[in-house]
Write a protein that binds this ligand. Structure first.
Ligand SMILES: Nc1nc2c(ncn2[C@@H]2O[C@H](COP(=O)(O)OP(=O)(O)O)[C@@H](O)[C@H]2O)c(=O)[nH]1
Ligand SMILES: [Mg+2]
Length: 244
């Protein structure tokens, strides 16, 4: 078993899952074969397709994999918060967040690990030079562009990709983030936490990533999540009690 003394040299890769049975084994294998000094935490929301049971079987075979189960689908953001708390409790060096669906290529984690000596937050960015999005339908591209535009206009975030999910966080930043009242339970978590990290004076850099659309399983992004983007922007901009 891994001891906590070892954990402080490791990055914890958090992967929230909902119906990712076709992807979860492949992504775990890729991460653990390509990246040294890392463990994987899967947070499954009782996926009807049995992702949680498959994740348990993977964890049984490889001690570098752990699984947390929640009773029902509770949103991407709340899964990350749970994973952040787990990383602090287990004394990890840093945290990477990524999707299960192979849209994020784990190879970028190595570069993130290197940069983590200098930066608190490293953003895998689709929208800077050498970054790209492959095989996305036009409407998904439009939603992503619109969300980023609104976030930049209303919240003044100076980064090109404010809504992506592939990031590395230092645990010192996570400690500070967890003292804040994060209200996004879903996808808006990405820019809410980025906004708060800027306010917390975190050192932040974007690195290019190639994002490729999933080939297996379905996206869980819904219209409701898009509406919540707007609501979260409103709260962050106008509810002064939420600011430090
Ligand atoms: N645990 C958990 N995971 C979720 C939830 N919603 C989405 N995910 C996972 O979050 C990641 C990103 O979701 P995805 O559907 O690929 O979003 P898209 O890339 O924006 O289309 C995937 O690994 C999903 O399985 C949720 O409510 N709970
Ligand atoms: Mg996806």
């Amino acid at each position: 078993m891994e001891s906590q003394a070892q954990n402080h040299e490791l990055v914890l890769v958090i992967i929230p899952t909902f119906n990712e049975r076709e992807n979860i084994e492949i992504i775990c294998e890729k991460i653990l074969n390509q990246i040294i000094n890392c463990n994987v935490l899967i947070i499954d929301d009782n996926s009807p397709d049995g992702t949680g049971q498959l994740a348990d079987a993977l964890a049984h075979k490889d001690t570098r994999i752990s699984v947390l189960h929640r009773e029902k689908k509770m949103g991407l953001g709340s899964a990350y918060i749970l994973g952040f708390q787990y990383a602090l409790d287990k004394n990890y060096l840093s945290v990477v967040t990524m999707d299960a669906d192979l849209s994020h290529d784990p190879i970028a984690i190595a570069q993130m690990q290197q940069l983590s000596q200098k930066y608190d937050l490293i953003i895998g960015s689709r929208y800077i030079e050498n970054g790209a999005m492959i095989n996305w339908r036009w409407y998904r591209y439009l939603i992503s562009q619109m969300s980023n535009y609104l976030v930049k206009i209303f919240l003044g975030i100076p980064f090109k990709d404010c809504t992506g999910g592939f990031k590395l966080y230092s645990t010192s930043l996570i400690k500070k983030i967890l003292t804040e009242k994060i209200f996004s339970k879903g996808y808006a978590f990405q820019f809410e936490v980025l906004y708060r990290s800027i306010k917390l004076n975190a050192t932040i850099i974007e690195i290019p990533i190639i994002f490729s659309n999933r080939t297996r399983g379905m996206s869980k992004l819904s219209f409701r999540e898009f509406l919540l983007f707007g609501y979260t922007i409103f709260l962050l901009k106008f509810r002064t009690w939420n600011r430090n």
